[in-house]
Design a protein around this ligand. Sequence first.
Ligand code: GLN
Ligand code: ZN
Length: 767
Amino acid sequence: MTIASNLGFPRIGHRRALKTALESFWSGQIDASALHDAAHAIMQKHWQIQRSAGIGHIPSSDFTLYDHVLDTAMMLGAVPPGYGWKPGEKPSLAQYFALARGTHEAACGHAGHGQAALEMTKWFDTNYHYMVPRLHAGQRFELTENRPLAAYRQAAAHGLRTRPVLLGPISFLHLSKTDDGSDALDLLPRLLPLYHQILAELAQEGVSWVQIDEPILALDLTSRQRDAITLAYGALACPPIEILLASYFAPMGDNLPTILALPVHGLHLDLCRGAADLTPVLDHARPDLALSLGLVDGRNIWRTDLRAALRVAQQVAARRDARRVLIAPSCSLLHVPLDSALETKLPAVLHQSLAFAVQKLREIADLAKGVDEGASSIALALEASDRAIAGLRESEDVHHRAVADRLAGLSQDMAQRRSGYATRRMVQQKQLGLPAFPTTTIGSLPQTAEIRQLRAAHARGEIDDRSYDDAIAGRIAQAVSWQEDIGIDVLVHGEFERNDMVRYFGEQLAGFAFTQHGWVQSYGSRCVAPPIIWGDVARPAPMTLRWTLYAQSLTTKPMKAMLTGPVTILQWSFVREDIARETVCKQIALALRDEVADLEAAHIGIIQIDEPALREGLPLRRAEQAAYLSWAVESFRLTASPVADGTQIHTHMCYADFNDILSDIAALDADVISIEATRSRMELLDGFATHRYPNDIGPGVWDIHSPRVPEPDEMLGLLRRALTRIEPGQLWVNPDCGLKTRKWEEVRPALVNMVSAAKLLRREQTA
Ligand code: GLN
Ligand code: ZN
């Protein structure tokens, strides 16, 4: 009998129940035991859902109150000093949330008080963020609690035998950072006895399978890492417990010889993103190695092509012992929303094509049944899958002839500015007449509670368009005259009308749909509901002209228009799969290109195209990165290039590790790029200097992630440091990022100080 299996379930719960419980606990409305009860209720409900869907291998300990990497660190006693934890103790809930969120004093920005949270970063190429464990050379570990065992027992109390999930030691060390620059992998020998103990205790409890996640197996590995894998699993794979080793998000590829030689009992394959692994695995795997076939996509929201998936599963089952074949999602279902049945407002063709976590479980169970009892046993499911695919294929909402024709007619010169940067710069200098070291901001100004309430009330229909528009216009007028007063050179309108930098555009473009409950965990209690790009993308009407022109009409200074770039819109959406991502990205690029052209025609002289997600779209495997970068850069250029030499194109990105993609950033050929640079104290400009980056740069001089207001001298110091790396003619003065999360009480003095710093620098440079 084939086994229907799952690797992990969304934690956030029905109607974001976990979010509600966490936030009630943080605000003191409920106590710890009520929080644990709420968490337990969510877990139990999710186990029930999985059981009734027919899943045989149900995961446990995939649930977490905040983050599974943080849970693992605490379980292993990897708690940095300063959080009040003492060896030999079980860490408290207060310590746990201090690591996750910082303590109140630190969160308020009072220097010297409280503890900052651990750093947070993206979990591989997903939009889930994990807490980065902090280790050091000579780090001691201790098992503070056997979490998988505890979760197994909790499920067992409800009569369920589950498969505990554990983050593997090699990935844990890889995801950690050391305070002293030592190699975390050196700590492996200290970690293995703890993993050994966890497994031994599970085995003693009678657990038959444990799932160990080692997503690092899908990365480009060094020989040292491969040796560590061989060492670790040589030591850990001991009967009677069976280990299912799981990796996902990319092919294991050249790591397979190492992996297939491990004495583990089962191997999970991501057959959505790593389909190429299947043939070598079938050719070389030990006959008794259980294979978990990740046929149901855990990274996207579409129904599985069940017929195609069944064919693959049947082929494998025919060559293997079917009792050691598992049908699974490609990765944990953490990355998809809970249940598409809750959506009531989507077009029918789209709705019948969706599979969120609950629907994916059913697909898995159907596939397992189809392998065991033949295709006819799941005839209804197969027909429904066929219908969904055909529905999208034939839908007039999906395919627009004009979009396809336009894409087919793309030519090289459409992605090319008319002149090179040197020429453009001269024309722009003449037309814009900006001072040396021009000052500007990144786009958004504080999104106050009042603005958010206004937008929400308008969306609910409680206030009419007229009053809403008047209110937005009022905010813009205030913001414009204030920026003029304090002497900013390139103004912004403030983005008060925008809820979210992707949604605002998606709502005005054809091809997008929005869910009511499509929440996916981003970090802790924070969720996002990405738009769904399901049809050809087109722009029925201008999207930003109205407010940009209104803002420009209030001032003689240049007003910078704000657009979200094509790669970022793509990256922060769930994307259709019947055409290539590259094609979708170029469709978006062309829609935005028209917006750029319209803005220019309306005499807007500066247009910023934000691409904060350019880097996160980078494929995990190096071999695939060049192809992505090539179409991503081309898409940006398609958007940016319809304009004349005198129109200045800006872009903005907000991450600090640029060096490995610097030539691609240069290839964007934006006239000005603004980037986050404060925390690196301008050191990231080293790369720009060595690469002789030719265009203008605005390295941020104010870390907007903190409420602290920097003094003019501090910003001047940073600007001077920037000038040791780039030419004076290249330097702009701006904050690290948009100001939507900051308060006016911080923004006012900080921007005044920033303008002073620029003036001081001008004086100093002409002296
Ligand atoms: N223009 C956007 C803003 O200022 C950019 C946001 C971002 O970089 N994520 O808010
Ligand atoms: Zn930013």
